[in-house]
Write a protein that binds this ligand. Sequence first.
Ligand SMILES: [Zn+2]
Length: 315
Amino acid sequence: MPKKHSCPLCRGVKNKFIERISLDDLSFLYEKQLGSSARPLFTKSVFNYLKLLKCGRCGLKYFQPSLRSSRQIDYLLETKDWYFLDNKEEFIQAIENIAPKSKVLEIGAGNGNFASKLASRYYRGLEKSRSAREIASSKGIKLLGESLFEHSKKNKNMYDAICMFQVLEHISNPNAFLKSALRCLKANGKLIISVPNDDSFVGVVLNHELNFPPVHKTRWNREVFDFIAKKFGLNIEKLYLEKLRDEHLEWYLETLFVNNLNILLKRKSRLIDLSWQANILVKVAKIFARFLAKGISLKNMRPTGASLTVVMGKN
Ligand SMILES: [Zn+2]
């Protein structure tokens, strides 16, 4: 495991402080989202605050101290119908980069949504959630419950393409995770990764608890993948920045408004802000966002969306 205060990707110890987050506030937001059974995780914790830091070496954003994953919260999320997204655009981008007869491994295969779109003859998916595996199984897709680490010991240089969609940000030790994935990849194989793009509006959304621990452990952007390519000797073959999705139009505009109102009122924009002033700003922003979303839905008015997909080749 990484040293206590070092970056979980590069072990760098230099970092920039971004924000101090109260666990009470985080607990309140998780409870609002998932119900009172999300509370015990936070009350058991021995510290009161988390710090969001940006690594001075690789650019990854991470939290200190690290908050362990919670099976309880994962379970509550899996019961939400929006949790295993059917990310069509990412899937299409990945499929464009996978040759028809490739052997494909998907890490974090969810309900088997990607597998059902992939025409490849040889597919294997890893998924730790039993209920997700059961849903996939009902669609005729058999997923494995073993960890990537276990899988990588038995399947060295096995795959032509390895995909992970919205997985890496949930992992406490991304360095070890990427190493295991690369162990399974053949020379000239492709590693295809989608993550929330922290350079897009999702990086500044107010009170978006799911982008914080224990669900998301890290925040990613293009800069971090440049570092990964160099560190692991990979070539970045393609990098896709998603266009803002229809379902995110109002959310994007609301975020833009809240940040602009903060500038206007000379308030500091925070990632977690439960003050009554912030509450009012959000209410005002929601009204404007609903109105303006109609205009921004035009194709050529769309800014960058929430997700980034990178295709990296192994030499
Ligand atoms: Zn780092």
